[in-house]
Ligand binder design. Structure first.
Ligand code: FMN
Length: 203
């Protein structure tokens, strides 16, 4: 696969990045073409340590805010209530690209949360309903039974009350582009009062 065709609006190794949000949206829109991108989401736990897991990247809006969805009872949800800051990383190893976005996390509009649930495949819609401690603790046969009976009784599903959408507003964006025959490019974009500060860094 040719990285330039995949990424379209790309990091130019010789030019400053003038529109970090446009570039972010371009990378995320073109990253795979078929599946929802997966990202590593890091939050800060109650002891001050980073905590990471993978979540689906639901959407990146015109302001570059990255939406993800989770369960309101999850650890990450509690961590974000206490410290609403997070970092996400997406990697495309075959294309030698990496993206890291760090910033503040806020609530997604309720209507967007509903839309995101509606776009999830049936399996993930069911999972959002059957994602509780009791089901997790049951043996597999019981979990299968709970799943099948919940599924069978409902044609269409609405989001459970525990469905939660969050938006990460970028404060720092790192675009990393590898080169086959030269050192990698790493462009660090930091939001300032005047716009964005953009510097190229080693590594
Ligand atoms: C491929 C994949 C996609 C996942 N997508 C999500 C997701 O979009 N939202 C979510 O809450 N958990 C998702 N998970 C599960 C999380 O990685 C994690 O195990 C779970 O949310 C509990 O995390 P926490 O205890 O840190 O809150 C996904 C896991 C995998 C392997």
């Amino acid at each position: 696969m040719n990285p330039d065709e995949t990424f379209g609006y790309d990091v130019d190794p010789d030019e400053a990045v003038s529109d970090p949000i446009g570039l972010l949206r371009s990378w995320l829109a073109r990253c795979d073409g078929s599946v929802t991108p997966l990202m590593t989401l890091s939050t800060i736990d109650e002891d001050g340590y980073p905590d990471s897991r993978h979540v689906l990247l639901s959407r990146c809006d015109a302001e570059g805010r990255i939406a993800f969805h989770t369960d309101a009872r999850s650890r990450k949800a509690a961590q974000l209530r206490a410290i609403p800051r997070a970092s996400v990383a997406v990697v495309w190893p075959g294309l030698a690209r990496q993206l890291v976005v760090t910033g503040d996390v806020g609530e997604e509009d309720p209507s967007d949360q509903t839309d995101a649930y509606g776009r999830r495949p049936r399996y993930l819609q069911l999972l959002a309903w059957l994602n509780d401690e009791d089901t997790a603790g049951a043996v597999l046969a019981q979990r299968r039974e709970a799943w099948a009976s919940f599924d069978a009784g409902r044609a269409q599903l609405a989001a459970p009350p525990t469905w939660l959408g969050r938006l990460l507003t970028p404060r720092r964006i790192v675009f990393w582009r590898g080169e086959a025959d030269a050192p990698s490019n790493r462009v660090l974009c930091t939001r300032t009062d005047a716009g964005w500060s953009v510097v190229r860094r080693p590594g």
